[in-house]
Design a protein around this ligand. Structure first.
Ligand code: AMP
Ligand code: TRP
Length: 324
């Protein structure tokens, strides 16, 4: 039997090149080796307010982007988290074995909580639901960007604690980071992670950005004031652009860009990104032209994963004595 892979993306904001290089591209590359389940985590998205009509459209857009990025629905399962009730049910069972201190320690919680006046309980519970997403499928590999490493450690801690309290129930999942592109930084500020929620037109390259817009954003990206690329002392902005270019086109390396003037280097980066995204955007347009196709893919995904999820929920409840 193939080992199982599980990962997810929130259907909020615009998916960007960080999501692609940190997650989707890696998923597409490893999917043939595993039984892969890729989840649109809409229950995570609602931990901050989402406009209902927009959220419903984003769920479909995200599914279409999974496929456009190379997830093959003939090989992998694509599903929407809220359509499988076991995720929320298991999250509650796991909440009851999770010390509050573990959740307060999460970096993402601290950052998000600091941005809000009233902090919803969902923001705190967020990583427990993520643990449920993973443990419910007994996934052994979780391909994510670096920002999720801490949540993955927490997932293992929760699984371990549950297993030691109630007996072996969950498979221990391993984090799988891409070799390049695990942490893409904002173009406007290379000290900040590129994120869906950050504002500012020059911050992120959206996967559906027009090539002209991509070019403009990269040409305007923040760098230091050196004249040319020096591999021995690259500033954060240049290092980030190089990581983006390298992940898009592996023939681009430190050596091949050494000595290039910043303007020329940025043109090279833009060309690599545009060439990478062009087929993705074309495929996206094809997929969205046929809504029936997308619905069928999500239905198949749901039907495949439902019994796996149900089995784990039953096993977990049984282990805890929740049966008569
Ligand atoms: P999110 O946008 O939070 O739903 O993240 C979805 C996936 O993209 C996760 O695996 C993240 O680790 C990954 N990801 C998000 N932002 C970045 C980034 N700036 N660089 C690399 N990976 C990222
Ligand atoms: N928290 C993840 C993020 O924001 C998304 C996510 C939810 C996820 N459930 C998951 C990722 C399960 C991997 C596995 O990036």
């Amino acid at each position: 039997m193939k080992a199982r892979v599980l990962s997810g993306v929130q259907p909020s904001g615009q998916l960007h090149i960080g999501n692609y290089l940190g997650a989707l591209k890696n998923w597409a590359e490893i999917q043939s080796r595993y039984e892969s389940i890729f989840c649109i985590v809409d229950l995570h998205a609602i931990t901050t307010y989402q406009n209902p009509a927009e959220l419903s459209a984003k769920i479909k857009e995200t599914a279409a982007l999974f496929i456009a990025a190379g997830i093959d629905p003939e090989q992998s399962w694509i599903m929407v988290q809220s359509t499988v009730p076991g995720h929320a049910e298991l999250a509650w069972l796991l909440t009851c074995v999770t010390p509050l201190g573990w959740l307060y320690r999460m970096t993402q919680f601290k950052v998000k909580a600091a941005q809000q006046e009233t902090v919803g309980d969902g923001i705190l519970q967020y990583p427990v639901l993520m643990a449920a997403d993973i443990l419910i499928y007994q996934a052994s590999i979780v391909p994510v960007g670096e920002d999720q490493s801490q949540h993955l450690e927490l997932t293992r801690d929760i699984a371990q604690r549950f297993n030691s309290l109630y007996g072996e129930t969950f498979v221990m999942p391993a984090t799988h980071l891409p070799s390049v592109g695990a942490r893409i930084m904002g173009l406007d500020d290379p000290t900040q992670k590129m994120s869906k929620s950050a504002k500012g037109a020059g911050h992120a390259i959206a996967l559906l950005d027009d090539p002209k817009v991509i070019q403009k954003k990269i040409m305007r990206a923040t760098t230091d004031s050196e004249p040319a690329v020096d591999p021995a002392k690259m500033g954060a902005g240049i290092a980030n652009l190089l990581a983006i270019a390298q992940a898009c086109d592996p023939s681009i390396t430190k050596e091949t860009v050494a000595g290039m003037r910043y303007g020329d280097f940025k043109k090279l980066v833009a060309a690599a990104v545009i060439a990478r995204l062009e087929p993705l955007q074309r495929r996206y347009r094809e997929i969205t032209a046929d809504p029936g196709y997308l619905e069928a893919v999500l239905k198949r995904g749901r039907e495949h994963v439902l019994p796996i999820a149900e089995d784990t929920v039953q096993k977990t409840k049984h282990a805890m004595g929740l049966h008569i």
